[in-house]
Write a protein that binds this ligand. Sequence first.
Ligand SMILES: C[S@@+](CC[C@H](N)C(=O)[O-])C[C@H]1O[C@@H](n2cnc3c(N)ncnc32)[C@H](O)[C@@H]1O
Length: 268
Amino acid sequence: MRPLDDREFEGICSWLYDESGIYMNESKKMLVSGRLNKRINQLGLNGFGEYLKILKSKDDEEVQIAINLLTTNETFFFREEKHFEFFEKHIIPEFLTNPSIKVWSAASSTGEEAYSFSLLMAKHLGVLKDWKILGTDINTDVLKRARSGIYPIEGIKHIDESLLKAFCLKGKNKDQEIFRIDDQIRNKVSFTKHNLINVLPTKSNFDLIILRNVLIYFELEDKQKIVQNMIQKLKPNGWFLVGHSESINGYSDQLKQYQPGCYRLESS
Ligand SMILES: C[S@@+](CC[C@H](N)C(=O)[O-])C[C@H]1O[C@@H](n2cnc3c(N)ncnc32)[C@H](O)[C@@H]1O
């Protein structure tokens, strides 16, 4: 493994911060070194300094490859089940009387979060109703996997049997290690690249925004900016969910907390 000296590490951290807003400190040195080493070998480069030069030369393709390598994408179906209980108890009843619903799963990773919410929407609202979920992420590899709607079979252990039966297809024979989300759900969910430090360029606003397990990667000032930018994209009385350990209390006086991780835009 190539050595990553302090100056190179600082250079990579500052480059990553400029590109994505992700803040890394000394504790991430091993992680950065481990994740970029293989790529540096593949390219036949001398070391991190040379790689950093390529990144700074605005080689768009390499910039994306490095971002894909440096982001942490852990996720699973129905992660943080309290959100799904809250969703079914408080949000779905309102959606039942709403003729057109838009949901944004920001930092959606490989899509399990967007599909988990969409499975419950399909169950309670049906697939004929006008509802859509947009998943976004900065990492293009995870977006590709999300679009496929295909997952390792272990993922089913988090999904309720009735939802599995209604909206998922288990692979057979050589495909028995995978399952896929049925097209009636996939057609309602789309995925696109978006960097959270920018304002999402959409005309219409959302009834629900889900921003879970990603704020931890940002500094306080940037977290506040991200949340403030995102709530501009909420409809009046829209819901905003963040990870249970990611309080955003005090970030905006427009948001009222209903329970940990569950906020709503106050109508003025
Ligand atoms: C740990 S995953 C969280 C996935 C999902 N929300 C969940 O809670 O299970 C964090 C995701 O945030 C994405 N991410 C990190 N920085 C980002 C940024 N600046 N803009 C958009 N997505 C970002 C990563 O690529 C990764 O897929």
